[in-house]
Design a protein around this ligand. Sequence first.
Ligand code: 6GU
Length: 262
Amino acid sequence: MIKGTPRTLTVNILTLFPDLLEASFSHSILKRAREKGLFHPKLINIRDFSRDKHRTVDDKPYGGGSGMVIKVDPVARALYSLRRGKGTGLVLLLAPTGRRFDQKMAQQLSRLERFTLICGHYEGVDQRVSEKLCDHEVSIGDYVLTGGEPAAIVISDAIVRLLPQALGSENSAVQDSFSDGLLDYPHYTRPFRYRGWKVPDVLISGAHKKVSVWRREQQLKRTMQHRPDLLERAHLDPEERKKIAESARPERKPGHNRRRKE
Ligand code: 6GU
């Protein structure tokens, strides 16, 4: 049961492409969270805070080199406009140079009342934005995007689904991949048999205990196979730790193809 009045999480997003973000927040769970008043994305177009008649937001890099750099001035002015209102909360610059976003960071951010994301673009953002105007830099992974907008969508999505009452079923976020440091177990629905591919028998046995034991085993197996790096910090009981220590990491045989029957 979730008690009390639902609170609103405000996420201010400074961007050059507000339409792109608006579209992403207008579907599915994020749309419903907005309608329920749980999630309030406030999109701020950095270009609106440029002071020249061409609405310039970028300029050539000092020291030379390719590409353009987002100027500090329009970003600073956009932030000040928020400070004159309800404030910015924590200010995060989205950039591949930042600390990597993960489920734990999602949980921490989901407990805040508000925070602000700045989407970088072009070759980068004037370093003074990061050093003088932001609390932290955040990255969503080890690859380079053309802009921070996909990262703002990823981060908002991961956080909103953790808000109490955002998901249909109250505890569907509790069982997720990563919530106990392990990957999720496999899911199946009807039909029981499709082109000869059967659902594991245990799932139709009706034996709840057996099902939960099987699911836990599957979580461990998947995590060992795909993300052994997660096991060290996962919440495991001593029995499970022992099992993992005993079983060497299973190697997939060369030529073994999951889709061989296609
Ligand atoms: Cl947050 N921004 C950009 N431009 N690239 C990224 C990123 C962010 N995270 C990973 N790559």
